[in-house]
Design a protein around this ligand. Structure first.
Ligand code: HEC
Length: 187
């Protein structure tokens, strides 16, 4: 009889402990699971939108002579900018992303890549030739290296479109050379 009494009282104490623990557990079901995190659909947290929206559709470049003037770049021009700052800036600009440029050490002086007075008179085909085959192929200095096997055709076209957009004075595409006078001829 006595042993049953002890057994029952131990059982009651245990049940009380379980009940007490259960009540405090309800407040915090798991130590590793933050109470605020619910697995049900709720309003999405608002993330502040502060991503950089460029002025051009794809990028921009300051006018080299007037940094306050930003030039919008389209896709090709932006790709050309990348090629330029990777390969050409070291000789064709006075400052580079890495600091002073090598331009003053090169003879003859490589023209500044925005020098419209020199570059605007050259056709796209002529620029393409000097970039791909190097200065020596067009009778200029071999200090201008050939990029034909380093750059793809589209990269050369892109860098030319970049040269055109940064040109000072501005570059204007010459009228198409395709002969259209036959349209106006009396028949
Ligand atoms: C190692 C220095 C160097 C690098 C790098 C270089 N150039 Fe040149 N570039 C020259 C020199 C020097 C000349 C001038 C050649 C002359 O006038 O005889 C020149 C001339 C030119 C010209 C012709 C300008 C004219 O008078 O018609 C173009 C266009 C040109 N470079 C484009 C580029 C492009 C695009 C790149 C990058 C893909 C590049 N260069 C990289 C040194 C360099």
């Amino acid at each position: 009889m006595k042993i049953v009494g002890i057994y029952l009282s131990v059982l009651v104490v245990c049940l009380c402990l379980v009940a007490a623990a259960g009540r405090s557990m309800k407040a915090k079901p798991c130590w590793c699971w933050p109470g605020a995190q619910h697995m049900v659909a709720g309003p999405k947290p608002q993330i502040e939108r502060n991503e950089y929206v460029s002025y051009g559709s794809f990028g921009s470049e300051p006018d080299w002579n007037n940094p306050a003037r930003m030039l919008p770049l389209d896709y090709e021009q932006e790709q050309g900018k990348r090629v330029f700052y990777q390969h050409c800036v070291w000789c064709h600009a006075d400052t580079t992303p890495a600091g002073p440029s090598n331009r003053s050490n090169v003879t003859p002086d490589p023209p500044l890549m925005n020098d419209g007075a020199i570059l605007n008179v050259e056709s796209d085909a002529k620029l393409e030739k000097i970039i791909a085959l190097g200065g020596s192929a067009v009778g200029k200095s071999a200090m201008m290296p050939p990029y034909g096997s380093m750059l793809r055709q589209d990269e050369i076209d892109d860098v030319i479109s970049y040269i055109r957009v940064v040109a000072v004075p501005e570059y204007h595409k010459p009228p198409s050379r395709v002969n259209t006078t036959w349209r106006n001829k009396p028949r």
